[in-house]
Write a protein of this length. Structure first.
Length: 426
């Protein structure tokens, strides 16, 4: 499906976003291995999160769906059933990496794979710690799907993660539920803490000291009723679009404001974006609030080290903002972009150049000069949801029409995206 984007001089209105993708994955998995039913409100509509639910159903968990309300009939830590087929994670790295931690602690063998994009994403980063815990895992070329996971009685480990990845941390913590003793994950850069909050909420024994997280194995989880906040990573596209517009007043309601995700708002506001946070509240340990964003001159900035890790998912759309900023933006220490759904350094650069934007790339990042003008062009999603949405946003401020090829890639995380974008432009 191709989508045509024409320039918009103004953006106005209010939107409510689908449930946070990261939180939806975690609640979907933990509710399945909790004891008793869980009701999850505002569950993500993205295909990735439904890949998680589909895998849990294949493992014997009954799930009722009523729009964005989900009821999961949890069967306890040891209630999953062996699936004779191959579990399908679709396009979801979150599904395969985090679920592997749970599968490693089962007393049966599981097979799990996904689509062509997922087949290119490295899995050795979870295979190593799970092997140290006692699981036996085989993979194509020792790192790629399909994975064959021979579950075992696991042992606790103390693991220092070599990559800044919340998926890796979560995988180990989930496996730690099945281990004897205390499992500890140590990070050099603190990643998002949705798993720690969710595990504690479901009743796990969790201890957090700085960048180190420990979980005590064998403790049962209990079903919960929870409301999932709107996805801040999805909000990023509207925050950028409104900031770039000639005139904008956009209210985004019920957005997750987890402090480990606040780097996006800090970076935007620090660079001159006009964003106000309103009506802060809490649900299940996750902070939520409304964001009012108006057009503003964005100055640009420099992203590296901890900040690059914190903004890794938002960097494609921030690159779009950088092109129209006053001073541009340089990104370093973001080599992780190379192993996302696409090589996002390469795909961002390709589409930027198609739209007449100057960009320089490095192995671990890019530089985009400021004060540039997007030209309407035909751009590719490359099957990557964040690339599709980032360049739809670019099209709003371009001269002439922009065509996003394979625009349906957005449905992986945000199927309502184009409708909401049209709603704001009237």
């Amino acid at each position: 499906m191709d989508v045509s984007i024409t320039p918009a001089s103004s953006l106005n209105g209010a939107v409510r976003l689908p449930g946070d993708k990261s939180i939806s994955h975690r609640y979907g998995m933990l509710s399945a291995i909790a004891e008793g039913p869980s009701t999850l409100h505002n569950y993500s509509t993205g295909a990735d999160c439904h890949s998680t639910l589909n895998c849990m159903e294949s493992l014997g968990i009954a799930i009722e769906r009523d729009g964005t309300d989900i009821i999961v009939q949890g069967q306890g830590l040891h209630g999953l059933k062996e699936f004779a087929g191959i579990l399908d994670a679709g396009n979801s790295g979150s599904t395969i990496r985090m679920l592997s931690g749970i599968l490693a602690g089962q007393q049966f063998t599981s097979r799990i794979e996904g689509d062509e994009s997922l087949a290119r994403r490295p899995m050795a980063r979870i295979m190593k710690p799970l092997a140290e815990m006692g699981a036996v895992i085989s993979a194509r070329d020792s790192s790629y799907t399909p994975l064959v996971i021979q579950g075992r009685k696991l042992k606790a480990i103390d693991y220092t993660s070599p990559v800044a990845s919340a998926q890796v941390k979560s995988c180990i913590l989930f496996a730690g539920l099945y281990a004897d003793g205390v499992t500890t994950v140590r990070e050099s850069i603190k990643t998002r803490d949705h798993s720690e909050i969710a595990l504690e909420g479901f009743g796990a024994e969790i201890k957090v000291i700085g960048k180190n997280v420990s979980i005590t194995g064998g403790k049962p989880l209990t079903g919960r009723e929870l409301t999932i906040p709107g996805d801040l990573s999805s909000a990023a596209f509207f925050l950028v679009a409104a900031t770039m517009a000639k005139q904008a007043r956009v209210l985004i309601t019920g957005v997750g404001l987890n402090p480990t995700r606040s780097a996006l708002l800090d970076f935007l506001v620090g660079g001159g974006a006009n964003i106000k946070i309103q009506d802060i509240r809490s649900d299940g340990g996750e902070l939520t609030g409304d964001l009012l964003v108006q057009n503003a001159k964005f100055q640009g900035g420099f992203v590296d080290r901890d900040l690059a890790a914190a903004l890794i998912d938002e960097l494609p759309v921030l690159a779009v903002l950088a092109a129209t900023s006053e001073n541009g933006m340089t990104v370093r220490d973001a080599a992780e972009l190379r192993v996302k759904e696409t090589d996002r350094i390469a795909t961002v650069a390709e589409n930027m150049r198609r739209m007449g934007i100057e960009i320089s790339t490095f192995e671990d990042g890019f530089h985009v000069p400021g004060k540039q003008q997007f030209q309407g062009a035909e751009v590719e999603s490359f099957g990557d949801h964040r690339i599709a949405m980032a360049f739809a946003v670019a099209g709003l401020s371009a001269t002439g029409q922009t065509i996003v090829k394979e625009a349906e890639a957005a449905s992986v995380s945000f199927p309502e995206f184009y409708n909401l974008l049209n709603h704001l432009r009237g």
